[in-house]
Design a protein around this ligand. Structure first.
Ligand SMILES: [Zn+2]
Length: 277
């Protein structure tokens, strides 16, 4: 087969990249696992529904393209090795952790396993056009993630933990079943809107319904950051004489909104939680 020839050629040359796309492959040849210097492996446009465990030996692999195949789940070699853990020595459990680019577009994947958090070097994750119903909170562990494409799935919400991905600059989530404007996006847009030179600030007036929705947003009493959905409702007590220089000794409760438990738990403020959502 054509793919067999490519592998043999690659083996002799000590290849660092291997292109097996559009070869009508159902089963990835196990000998691919002998190309231990591979950093790029293209398997897109085939009929692959699983990956052989042997691929664990590709310790240098940085880019893996599995787009347009028949995967119904994220292959176990990418992290969720629960079934393999018992048989593998500890140092062999998470060997594809050097992955930087992972393309799973156009498959039938329903869930991302929580073990995806092992792919700590992952920068680009693309799961466009799958059947994802949710994104695991463990996505927040992907500290290097700069771009994630979740377009055309069945997501009803995005996890708050996306906040923790500090490098994240591109988030695509169009064509899903998102029930409402996700808070994570709302906060980003509200924050950007504060900068009058930003693209979002200039474009927002062109989307009056979005602007109207965002106008319901508030500002955190602790960090002053914007948010749309009230996270925590608090009260603080204002002493009219001392704080407001008024001629009365009255102390009145004033409503204050806080954006996160992180802010609420911060020391040095006098906001008391009264209700949570
Ligand atoms: Zn805050």
């Amino acid at each position: 087969a054509a793919d067999g020839k490519s592998v043999v050629r690659a083996l002799y040359g000590g290849a660092t990249s291997l292109n097996l796309s559009s070869q009508r492959i159902k089963d990835v040849p196990k000998c691919v696992s002998r190309l231990t210097k591979l950093s790029v492996l293209l398997l897109n446009n085939n009929s692959i529904s699983r990956l052989p465990v042997e691929l664990l030996s590709l310790r240098q692999l940085a880019e893996l393209n599995l787009g347009n195949n028949d995967l119904e789940e994220v292959p176990a070699v990418l992290g969720h090795l629960e079934s393999l853990k018992k048989t593998l020595p500890v140092h062999d459990r998470w060997v594809l952790t050097n992955l930087v680019v992972l393309n799973l577009n156009h498959n039938l994947i329903q869930r991302l396993p929580p073990e995806i958090k092992s792919l700590t070097k992952l920068q680009h994750l693309s799961v466009l056009d799958n059947n994802l119903e949710e994104v695991p909170v463990e996505i927040g562990y992907l500290a290097s993630l700069s771009e994630i494409n979740l377009t055309s799935n069945k997501l009803s919400q995005l996890p708050q933990q996306l906040y923790q991905c500090k490098e994240l600059t591109k988030l695509y989530a169009a064509r899903n079943k998102l029930a409402s404007l996700p808070e994570v996006v709302a906060r980003f847009v509200l924050q950007e809107d504060r900068n009058r030179f930003s693209l979002i600030h200039r474009m927002l007036p062109r989307y009056p319904s979005l602007a109207a929705l965002l106008a319901c947003g508030s500002c955190c009493a602790v960090c002053l950051g914007p948010f749309l959905t009230t996270w925590l409702e608090c009260v603080h007590f204002v002493r009219l004489k001392k704080d407001m220089k008024m001629k009365t000794l009255l102390t009145v409760p004033v409503r204050a909104l806080v954006c996160s438990y992180k802010c609420f738990n911060r020391e040095g403020h006098s906001f008391y939680g009264v209700a949570t959502r």
